[in-house]
Ligand binder design. Structure first.
Ligand code: GAL
Length: 376
């Protein structure tokens, strides 16, 4: 009898627990982790390792928190992409003023990739220094033997100092136009920017690196893809075999087109990239670009949003951060975006939408609530 009661109790309890578990994605709403707290991993991405998904992103300090030492890169794990367990900070600021990563600095858009040669997990992130706003425009790198961390901070830098882009012409290397000679946003200035005004300016000290992502190409080479040149041009920068440094080979992509928030995926024999324009925390019209080769040439292919005019203008109230590949053979992908709430960034909702296909091109439509199983 006792046994029967405890069995019934167990069934009731497990049903209760299951009822609490969320089974659908609700874009733009609070997304509680398994402790009931909104997932604090923004501008992030997901990698799968041994059948488990890991979500890395900016762990923003809730508004009003004075202690800036508990700041860094958040990590969550899940086996269904819906219920996420907080694994804590995988990279944390270093309480030492000698380190560039000391409390008060800004860490944005962290991404993690696995290096099968070294067996290590490598994290890169946009790094801004304490008290300098967005001036430093650096990228930081950290490494770990364990996927969840702790990641060991190696250094921050501006990439590709002293090297020219692979797709820069001999004439462009020699142009003389200087920033001060031209009126910002005049036609001459725009042409000069397309012709590498800022590449030449930053040649010696290294190129700017702000919004970023990582991508491992079919041949195993990894690329650090970042907004450079005052956010006017994307750079696709090749990483060394251990993924911990830059080789110096890099490509300018969509010069002078002001793209941020790059998210790349491969489908149907082509590379696709979602980006945004550059309007800070405010959302703007999403952009799609397509290429035959990762390093280009990339061609702009319009706005991938299929909503009302108002929704398309703001990418359904989001900015891209990653495209999650669920099954490349079946062309199953999920768009991941951030709906930034600058007044309290830790609360920023996540906007995940299924990628649909229209005339062999990826598009996204608003869904109030959708079932991840639909895609699997
Ligand atoms: C956005 C960028 C974010 C953050 C923000 C700051 O354009 O995508 O990652 O840097 O600007 O205003």
């Amino acid at each position: 009898m006792k046994k029967k009661i405890s069995l019934i109790l167990l069934i009731i309890l497990s049903l209760g627990a299951r009822a609490q578990e969320s089974v659908t994605i609700k874009p733009g709403q609070v997304w509680p982790d398994t402790d009931g707290n909104h997932i604090n991993a923004h501008g992030g991405a997901i990698i799968e390792h041994k059948g488990i998904y890991y979500w890395f992103g900016e762990s923003r300090l809730p508004r009003g928190v004075q202690d800036k030492t508990k700041y860094g890169v958040g990590c969550y794990s899940s086996n269904d992409l819906i219920n996420w367990k907080n694994e804590g900070l995988s990279l944390r600021v270093i309480n030492d003023t000698a380190s560039l990563l000391h409390p008060g600095c800004v860490i944005e858009r962290p991404k993690v990739i696995f290096n099968s040669k070294t067996g290590k997990f490598v994290m890169w992130f946009h790094h801004e220094l304490k008290g300098q706003g967005y001036k430093a425009a650096m990228t930081g790198v950290a490494v770990s033997d364990k996927i969840t961390g702790p990641y060991k901070y190696i250094r921050s830098l501006r990439p590709n100092a002293g090297t020219w882009p692979q797709n820069f012409t001999e004439e462009q290397k020699k142009l003389q136009a200087k920033e001060g000679d031209l009126k910002s946003w005049s036609e001459e200035w725009k042409q000069a920017v397309r012709d590498g005004l800022f590449v030449r300016r930053d040649f010696a000290g290294g190129q700017m690196a702000r919004d970023m992502t990582l991508y491992i190409d079919k041949d195993g080479k990894a690329y650090h893809i970042h907004s450079a040149e005052e956010n006017m041009t994307l750079h696709f920068s090749e990483l060394t075999d251990d993924f911990l440094d830059f080789t110096g080979r890099y490509y300018r992509v969509l010069p002078g087109e002001s793209n941020e928030a790059p998210a790349i995926f491969y489908a149907k024999g082509k590379y696709f990239m979602f980006t945004s324009g550059t309007t800070g925390w405010k959302p703007n019209p999403g952009r799609l670009s397509v290429a035959e080769k990762l390093t280009g040439e990339w061609k702009a292919a319009g706005n991938p949003c299929r909503g009302t005019e108002e929704e398309n203008k703001i990418t359904f109230g989001s900015q891209s951060t990653n495209v999650l590949a669920l099954n490349i053979k079946k062309d199953l992908f999920v768009y991941m975006g951030d709906r930034w709430t600058p007044e309290n960034l830790s609360d920023s909702p996540h906007v995940w939408l299924p990628v649909e296909w229209e005339a062999e091109m990826p598009v996204i439509r608003w869904q109030k609530e959708w079932d991840m199983k639909r895609l699997k």
